[in-house]
Design a protein around this ligand. Structure first.
Ligand SMILES: *Cc1c(COP(=O)(O)O)cnc(C)c1O
Length: 238
């Protein structure tokens, strides 16, 4: 049996245990397979276990794999930094964009979606770790930004996304997730439909679930180590 299948089972039990620990129902927590650098063949193995949600970071990879995976029912979220000049392709191949983090991008998405006569699901990405290298709107600006995005009728706001601090100090990581939850509360009070919280990865999914994650994004713990460092995907200096 493929190691991928074994790893998915392990992740499922980690989700279940973390949900139980925090008195939550594991059915309320979706697993997104973070598939950057993973081959279509290996993604297929994962989808055939019954998983239905993948996330890609790069537009080129998204396009190449969409073609190869089209026979298998699944949804694809775009979870990487989105450059304005790639909007057209992303809208064509992704079901949701989790990384909306600036008004210029939101406005350009709106325009292109009007042109295509489409609506797309979006998450607002928040930089809860305040690391300069990370993308995402600053927490202090998130509410105003979300109110602006709410005005754009082609963007269907589903939730908030964050990448926690990359640290072995669990409580510092927890702070990031707790902050996202607090921002969610404020937005819900303003009738912004941010019902989903996309947070938690291979190393910190338990903490994220304890803090209310509804989508966790897992790559390494399922598909193994990647050859590129995460900075290649997460920062501008590549
Ligand atoms: C790569 C990536 C993940 C998954 O990270 P792992 O540590 O490999 O589980 C989650 N979210 C985003 C935005 C990513 O780029």
């Amino acid at each position: 049996m493929s190691l991928i299948i074994v790893n998915i089972a392990t992740i499922k039990s980690r989700i279940k245990n973390a949900a139980e620990y925090s008195g939550r129902n594991a059915n309320g927590i979706k697993l997104l397979l973070a598939t950057k650098t993973v081959s279509a063949e290996n993604i297929k193995i994962a989808l055939e276990t019954g998983e239905t949600l993948i996330g890609e970071n790069k537009v080129q990879e998204l396009i190449e794999k969409a073609e190869k995976l089209k026979a298998i029912p699944h949804q694809t979220h775009f979870i990487g930094h989105l450059q304005s000049n790639k909007i057209k392709e992303v809208i064509k191949f992704a079901d949701c964009i989790q990384s909306v983090d600036r008004i210029e991008l939101a406005n350009k998405l709106q325009k292109r979606l009007e042109f295509d006569n489409k609506i797309i699901d979006v998450f607002i990405q928040v930089n809860t770790s305040y690391e300069e290298s990370k993308f995402g709107i600053t927490p202090e600006l998130a509410l105003d930004f979300a109110l602006q995005v709410k005005q754009l009728d082609r963007l269907n706001i589903k939730g908030l996304m964050t990448i926690g601090l990359f640290s072995a100090e669990k409580e510092r990581v927890r702070k990031c997730f707790r902050l996202l939850r607090a921002i969610q509360d404020k937005m819900l009070q303003k009738d912004i439909s941010v019902n989903e919280l996309s947070m938690g990865m291979s190393n910190d999914l338990e903490t994220a679930i304890e803090e209310g994650a509804t989508i966790i994004r897992v790559g390494t713990a399922i598909f193994g180590k990647r050859i590129y460092p995460d900075s290649y995907y997460w920062t501008e200096n590549k």
